[in-house]
Design a protein around this ligand. Structure first.
Ligand code: PGA
Length: 250
């Protein structure tokens, strides 16, 4: 739940979707739908690298911030397929997702590499969105807390927690339609904040977030936002997520 010290961050991760033409069409439909959003939330879109410039132009003057889906720790060099913080800043990017479970799984990214990426992002003035989360097997084996604590300790080492977003994304809930129970997601997000030791750390939940479960997720006391995959590709659906409503506490 957004608080004065922890404004909500609602981020859409487009993964390997959207050409430049599709990104432009998305922005045209999406922006008019979020005209009247309350000021307690930041909306972020993370398109593929190729659509950053198009989206940067299409979002100019809007309250939507841009994120990359990754960032390298070196400023330049022989790193085929990678991108540096300065290259992202040139396109108006403000956030960088690192440590998502897909590069962890498909490209064997380690917590050490993720930490290097996040530190380089912060040093350049980008806000890293560092993803952590356990697999199905790890949860079944009672290992959830140990796994996430290790990811937090190694992945967040040396980072300024006030220029950081952590996304708790249980791997078994990503793209599966299986949402983690809101109370359990809340418990883990609270643990992450306690382990980091910074009360103003923004902690998101991610994994099958949809228009029909966003209000319940955002009503949780320790969840400050969401990282949305599939449902962020639909302008109407993502606008509903961005416009989440939480009953005021009595
Ligand atoms: P999903 O993806 O919303 O499609 O489950 C979330 C993510 O991978 O960040």
């Amino acid at each position: 739940m957004a608080t004065a010290s922890r404004p909500a961050v609602i981020a859409g991760n487009w993964k390997m979707h959207m050409t430049c033409a599709e990104a432009r069409a998305f922005a045209q439909r999406f922006l008019p739908l979020i005209n009247d959003l309350p000021g307690d939330r930041t909306i972020v879109l993370a398109p593929p690298f190729t659509a950053l410039q198009t989206l940067s132009e299409a979002l100019a003057g809007s309250p939507v911030a841009l994120s990359s889906q990754n960032v390298h720790w070196e400023g330049h060099g022989a790193y085929t397929g990678e991108i540096s913080p300065a290259m992202l800043l040139e396109h108006g990017v403000r956030y960088a997702i690192v440590g998502h479970s897909e590069p962890r799984k498909y490209f064997s990214e380690s917590d050490e590499q993720i930490n290097l990426r996040a530190r380089a992002a912060q040093a350049a003035g980008l806000v890293p969105i560092v993803c952590v989360g356990e697999s199905d097997e790890q949860r079944e084996g009672g290992d959830t807390e140990r796994v996430i604590r290790r990811q937090v300790e190694q992945g967040l080492q040396g980072l300024d927690p006030c220029q950081l977003v952590v996304a708790y994304e249980p791997i078994w809930a990503i793209g599966t339609g299986k949402t983690c129970a809101a109370s359990e997601a809340n418990r883990v997000c609270g643990l992450i904040r306690t382990w980091v030791g910074e009360p103003s750390l923004v902690v998101q939940y991610g994994g099958s977030v949809k228009p029909d479960n966003i209000d319940q997720i955002m009503a949780q006391s320790d969840i400050d936002g969401v990282l949305v995959g599939g449902a962020s590709l639909d302008p109407e659906g993502f606008a509903r997520i961005a416009g989440y409503q939480v009953a005021a506490p009595v």
